[in-house]
Ligand binder design. Structure first.
Ligand code: SAM
Length: 288
């Protein structure tokens, strides 16, 4: 029988290939080409404009890290904003906290609709949680309008190509700063593979450094985000995450009775350790 393969088109000279059981969705929305494939190795996979966004098998790594590092670095997050995140994974993790409200601002309602049908293993019932406010809009608009202050803002967007490009601009970061709560206000965003998308993290890091007192990065290895380490940026008005003792993170983690499969307090601490070549890149020093 003929084999069917999907090849990701994010990089010009290196590819991720996934053997496909079945194509569940292939749809052109107003913003992007949306595909959901059932694959042998990673289960159901969400693909936008040819780029793997999340998979049933390894989503827990990415969604736990991008949520719990900012959320557990904040002493008492109550109002949280997620921009993008249409698959519901970040929303699911943020709702594990005793938050008052989580706003999710997703530009493409079709991603949410298809995720509810085909990716329920990821979103579960998070979209129906009474604390979840689902808004269909460009995250740039929502942030500019400044609807109240947020303790934590997480950008879980696609890569800075297409509709997500604006979520990596200095103007956007300035607006984020203005709607973050004055005391601790924490911002986190995915910033790609520091090995294959070498400019993404340094560019974001340097733009945030001009606005926030504390900026650093953290890392995890997500199998379907090829290139080894995957990076995230962390910026805050009042919290240097490296100054939070491991015992304090452990205390918060235990008190919240969080159930996680990848994240744990020791991973939290170690994730902020910058490999030398990355530290040199974000500090603008020459590196290979
Ligand atoms: N975990 C994935 C990753 O790391 O690449 C991201 C997953 S999530 C599906 C990405 C979402 O960002 C998509 O649903 C996309 O529609 C949304 N998005 C892109 N640009 C946006 C914008 N300007 N405002 C709000 N949502 C946006």
């Amino acid at each position: 029988m003929k084999e069917t393969w999907f090849y990701e088109t994010l990089f010009p000279s290196v590819r991720l290939g996934l053997k496909v059981k079945e194509t569940l969705v292939s749809n052109k929305s107003q913003y992007q080409k949306i595909s959901i494939l059932d694959t042998y190795q990673f289960g159901k996979v969400l693909i936008l404009d040819g780029v793997v966004q999340t998979t049933e098998r390894d989503e827990f790594i990415y969604h736990e890290m991008l949520t719990h590092l900012p959320m557990l670095s904040h002493p008492h997050p109550e109002r949280v904003l997620v921009i993008g995140g249409g698959d519901g994974g970040i929303l699911r993790e943020a709702l594990k906290y005793p938050v008052k409200q989580v706003f999710l601002v997703e530009i493409d309602k079709k991603v949410i609709e298809f995720s509810k049908i085909y990716l329920s293993a990821i979103c579960r019932n998070s979209f129906n949680d009474r604390r979840a406010n689902i808004i269909i809009d460009d995250g740039v608009n929502f942030v500019k309008e400044g609807k109240g202050k947020f303790d934590v803002i997480i950008v879980d967007s696609s890569d800075p190509i297409g509709p997500a490009k604006v979520l990596f601009s200095s103007k956007f970061y300035g607006d984020v700063f203005n709607i973050l709560s004055h005391d601790y206000g924490i911002f986190a965003q995915q910033t790609g593979s520091p090995f294959l998308q070498r400019e993404e993290l340094p560019h974001v890091y340097r733009r945030l450094k001009k606005i926030f007192p504390f900026v650093t990065a953290f890392f995890a290895a997500v199998p379907t985000y090829i290139g080894g380490l995957f990076s995230f940026v962390f910026a805050s008005k009042g919290i240097n995450p490296m100054k939070i003792r491991l015992s304090e993170i452990e205390k918060r983690y235990r008190k919240l009775k969080l159930k996680t499969r990848y994240y744990n307090p020791r991973i939290h601490h170690s994730a902020f350790a910058l490999p030398t070549y990355i530290r040199e890149a974000v500090e603008g020093k020459r590196n290979g």
